[in-house]
Design a protein around this ligand. Structure first.
Ligand code: MG
Length: 209
């Protein structure tokens, strides 16, 4: 099933670079619709904006806001010589990845300029003075254990009661994918602050008590 079959999303979303399955997109969209009643949504790890579109279209329909946080220099696995490197996103003049150009192009195409607020930054730096309570936190940034746990620790305290924590790339089987997102899920459940809500593909959704 392609993403454009998900209601609320544009037909061209399948052409957007990124890693998101249709059932994950649908779950993300529905979760965002619900969570944006509680507060703005924050996504960590936007890449070219595929998942941002899911959150953004849901938020726009409710007059809500999505903060889209990414340093746009690519995660470990996007660097040159790594498995998920895309040469089209490499800025040869700067000799580094630059996904922001493509991200902005996609947000413009979607008309989400008044809904999606990009934050071009590392996660910890952006969190340092953050004060706004969130309706939803979507963690899909760096997949090293250090990066994933930093994202969780920096932002989880800003999630409102009843708010949703979404974690992408949670694989029970280590052969299917890296285990850092699963470690975040485990930590969230062990904290006693969350109850499982739904698993859609590799997207885990938890509700903050
Ligand atoms: Mg992901």
């Amino acid at each position: 099933m392609s993403l454009n079959a998900v209601s609320g999303l544009p037909a061209w979303i399948d052409t957007v670079r990124g890693f998101l399955e249709a059932e994950e997109a649908a779950a993300l969209y529905d979760a965002a619709l619900q969570a944006c009643a509680l507060g703005p949504l924050l996504e960590i790890g936007s890449y070219c904006g595929k998942s941002t579109l899911c959150l953004g279209f849901a938020a726009r329909s409710r007059g809500a806001t999505v903060f889209a946080l990414d340093h746009h220099r690519g995660s470990e696995e996007h660097q040159r010589g790594e498995m998920f490197h895309d040469p089209a996103l490499f800025d040869s003049e700067q000799a580094q990845m630059d996904t922001f150009r493509e991200f902005r192009r996609n947000m413009d195409r979607a008309g989400l300029g008044e809904t999606v607020v990009p934050i071009v930054s590392h996660s910890a730096a952006a969190a340092r003075h953050w004060q706004t309570p969130l309706g939803m936190l979507f963690i899909d940034g760096g997949h090293s254990l250090d990066a994933a746990l930093t994202d969780y620790r920096c932002w989880v305290g800003h999630l409102r009661q009843g708010g949703l924590l979404a974690i992408h790339d949670v694989y029970p089987d280590a052969a299917a994918g890296g285990q850092a997102p699963r470690a975040v899920q485990r930590m969230a459940l062990a904290s006693g602050l969350f109850t499982p809500r739904e698993q859609a593909g590799s997207l885990a959704l938890l509700t903050r008590f």
